[in-house]
Ligand binder design. Structure first.
Ligand SMILES: Cc1cc2nc3c(=O)[nH]c(=O)nc-3n(C[C@H](O)[C@H](O)[C@H](O)COP(=O)(O)O)c2cc1C
Ligand code: SF4
Length: 447
């Protein structure tokens, strides 16, 4: 039976062909049509894989040399937590006797984020090559790419790219005639946000309900089917061929210390030209805003700099920030998935938070009490504040519920639900207090 998933398909415009990238590596040279194997090879694709395997007469690279290069690059995971990729790869037990797995996280459910979708649609071979290099470095023979269920056409495109890579001998048994074999498969989820959490993803990949596992044990020792597994984000794998071709040091120098390379930001919300922008880490936020055509419909009020889980930051903080993991963390938020949600001064923060909190209470998998009960509790309190029924102690109640979710749950979805509440109350408490006291909004257009 053919499964008709057409009603789940995204119908957005292509978001990465505007040419306003700075030093692009992953999106460089894409036009929407040149996604095929031959196009990728014409752009220099698969040279990194050929280089490590010594297919073009070079000495090749040992797995240890590949990992050392990725470590030197200061590549940090692009899925949200920013964990150093080379270090993660070094956790994989090299001499484990049984099966080991490599998994690409293309679930991309974080509100505002749409960068991985464009990588897979318009440059799928860069992910295949990155995964093959990772597999070689960690001695893995089997991999899966877990693709978000609501972008089914991307899943189909990736399947086509896999067929092409297999036909060209860049995937499968004895790649390019070398001793290295790697089988890669595509898998599609069904659109649950929680399946982006790595252990929920593994459960889902095993055919079970997508609910996070307790950690430890971590996937490096107990992952897919209980075997050692390394999971990285789509953009993380896509960064690897450039690192191998140009060297870890060159990649590091594209960004700033501890924040190597370029990063793709999905700039959404109140901007004139939303889209995906690939820029060096450490680029000023003001420059990114300019690339996105500036603020639309009013003055800049606030920005959520790293996907909806990241605490909001006011305009004056953002305008002095550079876009990198360390600078944003120092300012009290996080770079997360790289979705930059821009809000102008006609936005009511209570209403915005109501929408965010609805999302988290809806997406909680329900396994742990603080998240299951707390996310709904947050939403109900914000709902009554927004609708003129706020109580005098509601802001303190929000503080308390958020604080009691954080750090008390199996996975980080609990924190992801609490942090937007904390950020809004930290920077825009007056707006919430106004709603409670006056039963109406402080933003003129909503009064
Ligand atoms: C609720 C939740 C949702 C997540 N969603 C994603 C996602 O859609 N894509 C992703 O790559 N990582 C997501 N993550 C992070 C993954 O658990 C994991 O850290 C990441 O895939 C590791 O890859 P990286 O090291 O390359 O960033 C999510 C985490 C949580 C807690
Ligand atoms: S924190 Fe929430 S989403 Fe994560 S396991 Fe617990 S109930 Fe599920």
């Amino acid at each position: 039976m053919t499964l008709d998933l057409s009603r789940f398909q995204a119908k957005g415009i292509e978001t990465c062909f505007h040419g306003r990238h700075v030093g692009a590596q992953i999106y460089a040279g894409l036009d929407g049509r040149n996604w095929r194997y031959a196009d990728y090879v014409a752009r220099g694709g698969y040279t990194a894989l050929r280089k490590i395997l010594g297919l073009d007469g070079g000495p090749g690279m040992t797995p240890e040399q590949v990992i050392a290069e990725v470590k030197a690059s200061a590549l940090r995971g692009r899925g949200g937590a920013g964990f150093p990729t080379g270090l993660k790869w070094s956790f994989m037990p090299r001499n484990f006797p049984g099966a080991k797995y490599l998994v690409c996280n293309s679930d991309e459910g974080e509100p505002g984020t749409c960068k991985d979708r464009d990588i897979l649609a318009y440059n799928p071979h860069i992910v295949i090559e990155g995964m093959a290099i990772a597999a070689y470095a960690m001695g893995i023979r089997t991999g899966y790419n877990y693709i978000h269920g609501e972008i089914f056409e991307i899943y189909e495109r990736f399947e086509q790219a896999l067929d092409e890579a297999r036909a060209a001998g860049m995937l499968g048994e004895r790649i390019g005639g070398s001793e290295f074999s790697f089988q890669l498969h595509a898998f599609h989820g069904f659109g649950a946000y929680i399946c982006g959490e790595e252990t929920a993803l593994l459960e889902s990949l095993e055919g079970k309900k997508g609910q996070p596992r307790f950690k430890p044990p971590f996937p490096a020792s107990f992952g897919l089917y209980g075997k050692p597994t390394t999971i990285n984000n789509t953009e993380t794998f896509a960064a690897v061929p450039w690192i191998i071709n140009h060297g870890g040091q060159a990649y590091l120098e594209c960004g700033k210390p501890n924040n190597g390379g370029t990063k793709i930001f999905s700039v959404v919300g109140d901007v004139n030209q939303p889209g995906n922008f690939e820029i060096p880490l450490g680029t000023p936020f003001a420059k990114l805003l300019e690339l996105a055509g500036g603020v639309k419909g009013g003055a800049l009020k606030a920005v959520i700099p790293g996907g909806s889980s990241a605490p909001v930051l006011p305009a004056k903080v953002m305008m002095d920030l550079t876009m990198d993991y360390d600078a944003i963390a120092k300012a009290g938020s996080m770079l997360g998935s790289g979705a930059v949600i821009v809000m102008n001064d006609t936005r009511c923060m209570v209403k915005s938070l109501l929408r965010l909190s609805y999302f988290y209470q809806h997406e909680s998998c329900g396994q742990c009490t603080p998240c299951r009960e707390g996310t709904g509790w947050l939403w109900r309190v914000i709902h009554r504040i927004e609708h003129g029924q706020g109580r005098p102690d509601d802001l303190a109640l929000l503080d308390s519920v958020a604080a009691n979710i954080k750090g008390r749950t199996i996975c980080a979805l609990g924190d992801a639900a609490a942090m937007p509440v904390e950020g809004m109350l930290k920077h825009f408490r007056d707006e919430f207090a106004h709603h409670v006291e006056h039963k109406t909004c402080a933003v003129p257009q909503y009064v």
